[in-house]
Design a binder for this molecule. Structure first.
Ligand code: DX5
Ligand code: ZN
Length: 215
């Protein structure tokens, strides 16, 4: 089963509640929530406060932390009601394993992400601690970019590494996912698709989600 997670980043910021309604009624599986801190990536987006309002609906929220020192903020995001919390390996460094453990202890699903130019083998030591692995298919920091085709080889490789170890985490892709690129990502081994601009631009969001799930 392919999961679809529309990204709030591409929504109309005057109407977060309506954006959530649109995501829920489309048949998507989670709301992807991009947290940017102005350090790990140039832009600054939203934090725990907004998440705590959105999570009140009970719909799963997939928090993607593009922030330095993610280990400092796990309990806040867990308390705010995130279902998935994904940290970046490049940001957490030696703290990656501990931080993933803490995410699980907080009752959330633990995810780790790598940027396009980070080798997936950097995740070798932490695979067993992950419920989700997010392979960035664009440089993190903004929506509306084109998927970098070489990142799909990384999806294949991480799937192979997990299978070899008897692990079956969710493999998520994020960036430039639309009805054309989704089948390529799924063929490479992805089973959770983030879509920002393509979802919010779609004339029929439910049809868009259906198409992505059939990828
Ligand atoms: C980029 C974010 C993505 C972004 C994807 O740094 O992590 O989640 O919203 O946007 P699209 O789907 O427009 O590439
Ligand atoms: Zn994201």
């Amino acid at each position: 089963m392919i999961k679809v997670a529309p990204s709030l980043l591409a929504s109309n910021y005057l109407e977060f509640g309506k954006a959530l309604d649109k995501v829920v009624s489309s048949g998507a599986d989670a709301l992807h929530y991009d947290v940017m801190d102005g350090s790990f990536v140039p832009a600054i987006t939203f934090g725990q406060g907004l998440l705590s309002f959105l999570s009140k609906r009970g719909f799963p929220i997939d928090a993607h932390l593009m922030i330095v020192h993610p280990e400092k903020h796990i309990s806040e995001f867990a308390e705010a009601g995130a279902r998935y919390i994904t940290i970046h390996q490049e940001a957490a460094g030696f703290e990656t394993a501990n931080t993933l453990r803490r995410i699980r202890e907080a009752g959330c699903l633990a995810g780790v992400s790598v940027k396009p130019y980070t080798d997936v083998h950097a995740l070798e030591e932490v695979l067993e601690l992950c419920d989700l692995i997010l392979i960035m298919t664009v440089e993190p920091g903004k929506g509306g970019q084109k998927l970098l085709p070489f990142t799909l080889d990384k999806v294949r490789e991480i799937r192979r590494m997990c299978t070899e170890r008897g692990l079956n985490p969710i493999v998520e892709v994020d960036g430039g996912i639309n009805t054309e690129t989704a089948p390529l990502a799924v063929a490479a081994g992805a089973d959770m698709l983030v879509a920002g601009s393509a979802f919010f631009k779609a004339e029929d969001p439910a049809e868009f989600v259906k198409l992505l799930k059939r990828s």
